[in-house]
Ligand binder design. Structure first.
Ligand code: SIN
Ligand code: FE
Length: 306
């Protein structure tokens, strides 16, 4: 499959033959004053919460970091781990420290947003990596499995998560008005119904071997196997990529959006300069734990998967 095909798809008019997967929220402050419970339902149902007027503010001195060359050669993005480990920046110590401060400020903003939006998660949410992605999406060259221009749900071959949720806060920090354009797909359950019958069977022995050989950080459970199979099969299915229900969604420069990226079908088609904060949550700590990929897949297969 050539990337040109998908780029053309992104430029074509949005398909809106399914309920909108986007909920727009008119907040201007990272600490939300009021929260509509319908937003939380929508998020846990796999929709994207979009804050068109909530911007991550750069300091005057930080505009110089909007440059792809700030990303060290060979690394996909600039990352700040929860333990403080910071990598991916090309530059001297002063530059490193200044970029780390910018990324750290985004982490604090994202945490404030999630704390005020989802107070019930507060005690169980596990903060994970913060990343700054200065590279242009359109010109990124990737293998099919890493190609995020194809619709997918997040699932990582080497990092089984046993059903733990992946909540992500994104900010388009482009200063030239360039939107970050995503495609957002149909509800997870509809997609899973289509793909489940054709997935490879789980092989417990194979999963153990992968763990022993340290190809995976933990045991790949049947849940992890199915999520990875869904990720791979979706990305490889040209017909699904082109014809499945989907909405082309430009996230404006100076906006923020939040979704469970293990649940929301998404593809990043174009744009440059984005911040991203990952957080993890056990599904039993959701407002409604029946709204998780684990619960949906267990219901569809009739089996316990972890
Ligand atoms: C992804 O999470 O698949 C990509 C998000 C982006 O780069 O906009
Ligand atoms: Fe993704």
């Amino acid at each position: 499959m050539s990337d040109t095909v998908l780029n053309r798809r992104a430029e074509s008019p949005a398909t809106e033959n399914f309920p909108s997967p986007i909920v727009t929220i008119d907040a201007r402050d990272w600490r939300l004053e009021t929260v509509d419970p319908a937003w939380i339902d929508a998020l846990e149902e796999g929709k994207v919460l979009y804050f068109p007027h909530l911007a991550f503010r750069l300091k005057e001195d930080e505009h110089r970091f909007l440059n792809p060359d700030i990303n060290a050669e060979g690394s996909r993005s600039i990352t700040l781990e929860t333990g403080g480990r910071f990598k991916g920046v090309a530059g001297d110590e002063a530059v490193q420290a200044a970029v780390a401060a910018m990324v750290g400020r985004f982490r604090a903003d994202a945490q404030q947003l999630v704390d005020s939006l989802l107070p019930h998660y507060r005690d169980s949410l596990r903060m994970a990596t913060t990343s700054y992605r200065p590279k242009q999406v359109e010109t990124r060259i990737q293998t099919w499995r890493a190609d995020d221009k194809r619709l997918h749900v997040d699932a990582f071959a080497g990092r089984p998560n046993h059903g733990e949720r992946i909540l992500r806060v994104f900010a388009n920090i482009n200063q030239e008005g360039v939107p970050r354009v995503w495609r957002v797909g149909e509800p997870f359950e509809e997609m899973a119904r289509k793909f489940l019958p054709r997935l490879e069977k789980y092989r417990p022995f194979h999963a153990r071997m992968q763990q022993l050989l340290r190809k995976t950080k933990k045991l790949r459970t049947e849940y992890d196997h199915l999520m990875l199979q869904l990720h791979d099969n979706m990305k490889l299915d040209e017909d699904y990529q082109r014809n499945a229900p989907q909405l082309t969604m430009p996230f404006a420069a100076g906006s923020v959006w939040v979704c469970f990226s293990d649940h929301t079908l998404h593809a990043a088609m174009s744009g440059q300069y984005m911040m991203e904060q990952t957080m993890h949550l056990q599904p039993e700590n959701q407002y409604d734990s029946t709204q998780s990929p684990l619960a949906i897949l267990q219901r569809l297969t009739g089996r316990k998967l972890v």
